[in-house]
Write a protein that binds this ligand. Structure first.
Ligand SMILES: Nc1ncnc2c1ncn2[C@@H]1O[C@H](COP(=O)(O)OP(=O)(O)O)[C@@H](O)[C@H]1O
Ligand SMILES: O=C(OP(=O)(O)O)[C@H](O)COP(=O)(O)O
Length: 395
């Protein structure tokens, strides 16, 4: 892949696709890790007198303008971290973005509004995505792909735009790929993968391939309930991908055939509703009440998972074990993070929320070998898949 050193950026408008998908509480950014991770590339471009136009997404607004998903607070935080004003365009590629891109001086920085406000960004239709990519291409002369957390998405700004402009990979994408490559080439064994979180339908598919590479897979978080249901347990009101139960039964079978240990929770924290102050109890997975939802793994599961991590030589972890944002459901995530922090294994934590969780729970980033900005992106990279956002940069 070309790097920014290979581009002549001075005086040019450079569109940087970053991943600034940070957790928010209202308009307050609760973890700015992804913004910080984007700084080195932006700074390197500014130092070389580029005019930097950043494009990114926030959440999943589904092709419609929704003020709750505005990137405006992100522009403000980015400006604070860079120590310079970040001009904010109130649209993605419309009048506001065009005017700002024309006015930008060398070394200045702008951020356009949430790219997912446009249906063309995420469309499955090549022509619709292409049309939006054309409009984005008109904002700049060069493209830098640096949004590692979104490189697994075949989206206009990730996949189609670099086909329209001379392009290079940013430092973050290069750094992430360098670390993750170690896990795909010859991971030290035992190699343990820990999966959790809430993007269950997105991430279930990776298990198929992980069964070829991992020695042990621990499944917690919202991911666990489809597995528990596949084993015949009632999961009450917990997160469940009902139409994936048969697929998951296949994973359970194949894991056994291949000698891969698939470890599921044995107890969970079952709450009356999705709230910090809801009534909640630890229950055995065989006894989840019909009107309760599992919002964390229980203490016996936390201990079991820690024991399954103790002898690991390599660990990849994506997805919190519970709703760590609410204190009553943070213990499982804390205990997995502690097991990784105590381990002498090569440990990689990936994902926007997983990275935010280890920081929010007070862990020193240095306790882990690498904290990746991408969850789904890392998982798909580990599967050995060609990721659209990387393939486009390699062309
Ligand atoms: N049992 C659960 N039920 C519902 N949500 C959960 C559960 N466990 C974890 N979560 C949620 O999963 C979210 C993170 O999932 P995901 O986006 O897949 O992870 P990442 O961003 O690290 O890739 C967190 O906001 C967390 O609250
Ligand atoms: O948060 C992200 O991924 P992650 O939760 O897998 O780490 C990325 O910004 C991609 O977002 P998406 O999964 O809505 O495409």
């Amino acid at each position: 892949m070309r790097t920014i050193e290979d581009l002549d950026v001075a005086g040019k408008r450079v569109f940087v696709r970053a991943d600034l998908n940070v957790p928010l509480d209202g308009d307050r950014i609760t973890d700015d890790g992804r913004i910080r991770a984007s700084l080195p590339t932006i700074t390197a471009l500014r130092e070389r007198n580029a005019r930097v136009i950043i494009g990114a997404h926030l959440g999943r607004p589904k092709g419609k303008v929704d003020p709750a998903y505005s990137l405006k607070p992100v522009a403000a935080r980015l400006g604070e971290l860079l120590g310079t004003e970040v001009r904010f365009a109130s649209d993605t590629a419309g009048e506001s973005a065009q005017a700002i891109s024309r006015e930008l001086a060398d070394g200045e920085v702008a951020l356009v509004e949430n790219l997912r406000f446009e249906p063309g960004e995420t469309s499955k239709d090549d022509a619709e995505r292409g049309e939006f990519a054309d409009r984005l291409a008109a904002l700049a002369e060069l493209y830098v792909g640096d949004g590692f957390g979104a490189v697994h998405r075949k989206h206009a700004s990730v996949y189609d735009l670099p086909k329209r402009l001379p392009h290079a990979a940013g430092g973050l994408v290069l750094a992430e790929v360098n670390v993750l490559r170690k896990l795909t080439e010859s991971p030290q064994r035992p190699y343990v993968v820990v999966l959790g979180g809430s993007k269950v339908s997105d991430k279930l598919g990776v298990i198929d391939n992980l069964l070829n590479t991992a020695d042990r897979i621990l499944i917690g978080g919202g991911m666990a309930y489809t597995f528990l249901a596949a084993q015949g347990y009632e999961v009450g009101a917990s997160l469940l991908e009902r139409d994936q139960i048969d697929t998951v039964k296949g994973y359970l079978r194949r894991a056994e055939e291949r000698g891969v240990e698939l470890v599921l929770p044995v107890d969970v924290v079952a709450a009356e509703k999705f709230a910090a102050d809801a009534a909640h109890d630890v229950v055995d997975v065989r006894e989840i009440p019909a009107d309760r939802m599992g919002l964390d793994i229980g203490p016996a599961s936390a201990e079991l998972f820690a024991s399954k991590l103790a002898d690991a030589a390599t660990v990849f972890w994506n997805g919190p074990m519970g709703v760590f944002e609410m204190e009553p459901y943070a213990k499982g995530t804390r205990s997995v993070a502690q097991a990784l922090a105590d381990s002498s294994a090569f440990t990689v934590v990936g994902g926007g929320d997983s990275a935010a969780a280890v920081r929010a729970l007070g862990f020193d980033e240095k306790a882990f070998s690498h904290i990746s900005t991408g969850g789904g992106a890392s998982l798909e990279y580990l599967e050995g898949k060609t990721l659209p956002g990387i393939a486009a940069l390699e062309e």
